[in-house]
Design a binder for this molecule. Structure first.
Ligand code: F6P
Length: 325
């Protein structure tokens, strides 16, 4: 029989992602539906160590479904990586009589949850939220859709000036280890080239293509670069050196992490929040919720932290890019 859960804790950890608030709202309201009390933990794992708790009612999560960031705040917490930090977190959880946790974040966050569950016996379920969409165990993470649309809107604006002034623009988007945002933005924004961390790239050959286009009358280009592939400013310098064309750079940075979540992210976060609470109530701990082929699923956290195999998707995207440029 599943253990009796009366009070749950919820926290957001790692890089914030649009839709985290919608997930918090969904968790709190689903909890209430099942007579659970929810305690919010501020600033991720740091809040567990520093005892930063806030009681969450139905009213405290009203009017947040449309808000970017996270009302609970978030942090990357080195102290939680230590034995001492985790022991302290366990003490705080027990002091507040929290029976189980819903933990919202990316792969670093999942690793923390594995520690809490397996080493310290704290029941945990994770919800995938990162703009990078690089988590195994889900087709899409909360925040990715909003970030892509934000970066796309900026790229569309850049195209207006690139066309008007006949320039090559190199647009740098987020993604230290993941080219997901870059590929989506490149395809949707009609970019000529995309550089991602998962693939080697040949700058000489790219410049050759640019020159070939120029000789046929092409006058402006958008090159999308994921931050983990290269720095936009270096790519722009090399393009100018090799082709002689005028280049400009736009680094979109943290703009991509903010803003009101899209309908897709709000709905995803709502669905996953409901499922996370259900898993806890069923005693299915050490798992992450996710979406597969449109259906809500759950995956063991050890599987969820494995590197996502994106090879097939990346090959497909490159083929699409070639077909349409
Ligand atoms: O968490 C995702 C992410 O936005 C990455 O795309 C980016 O490389 C990183 O976080 C930036 O982290 P920080 O805000 O800590 O500089």
């Amino acid at each position: 029989m599943a253990m009796k859960i009366n009070r749950i804790g919820v926290l957001t950890s790692g890089g914030d992602a649009p839709g985290m608030n919608a997930a918090i709202r969904s968790i709190v309201r689903t909890g209430l539906h099942h007579q659970l009390e929810t305690i919010g933990i501020r600033q991720g794992y740091a809040g567990l160590i520093n005892d930063e708790m806030v009681s969450l009612s139905s009213r405290s999560v009203s009017g947040i479904i449309n808000r970017g960031g996270t009302i609970l705040e978030t942090a990357r917490c080195d102290e939680f990586l230590t034995e001492e930090g985790q022991r302290r977190a366990k003490e705080v959880i027990e002091y507040h009589r929290i029976d189980a946790l819903v933990i919202i974040g990316g792969d670093g966050t999942y690793r923390g949850a594995i520690q809490l569950w397996e080493k310290w016996g704290i029941p945990c379920v994770c919800v995938p939220a990162t703009i990078d969409n690089d988590l195994n165990g889900t087709d899409i993470t909360i925040g990715a859709d909003t970030a892509i649309n934000t970066a796309l809107e900026a790229t569309d604006r850049i195209r207006d000036t690139a066309t008007s002034m006949e320039r090559v623009f190199v647009v740098e988007v987020m993604g230290r280890e993941s080219g997901y945002i870059a590929m989506q933005v490149a395809l949707a924004g009609g970019a000529e080239e995309v550089l991602v961390p998962e693939r080697e790239f040949d700058l000489e050959s790219m410049c050759h293509d640019i020159c070939a286009g120029a000789s046929k009358g092409k006058r402006s280009w958008i090159i999308v670069v994921a931050e983990g592939a290269a720095r936009a400013v270096d790519i722009a310098d090399k393009i100018t050196k090799i082709t002689g064309l005028e280049t400009r750079v736009a680094v979109l940075g943290h703009i991509q992490r903010g803003g009101s979540p899209t309908a897709r992210d709000r709905i995803l976060a709502t669905r996953l929040g409901v499922e996370a609470v259900k898993l806890l109530l069923n005693g299915e701990f050490g798992k992450a919720v996710g979406i597969r082929d449109g259906w809500v699923i759950s995956t063991d956290l050890h599987v969820a932290i494995k590197k996502k195999d994106q090879n097939r998707d990346i090959d497909y995207f490159y083929k699409l890019m070639r077909d349409v440029t």
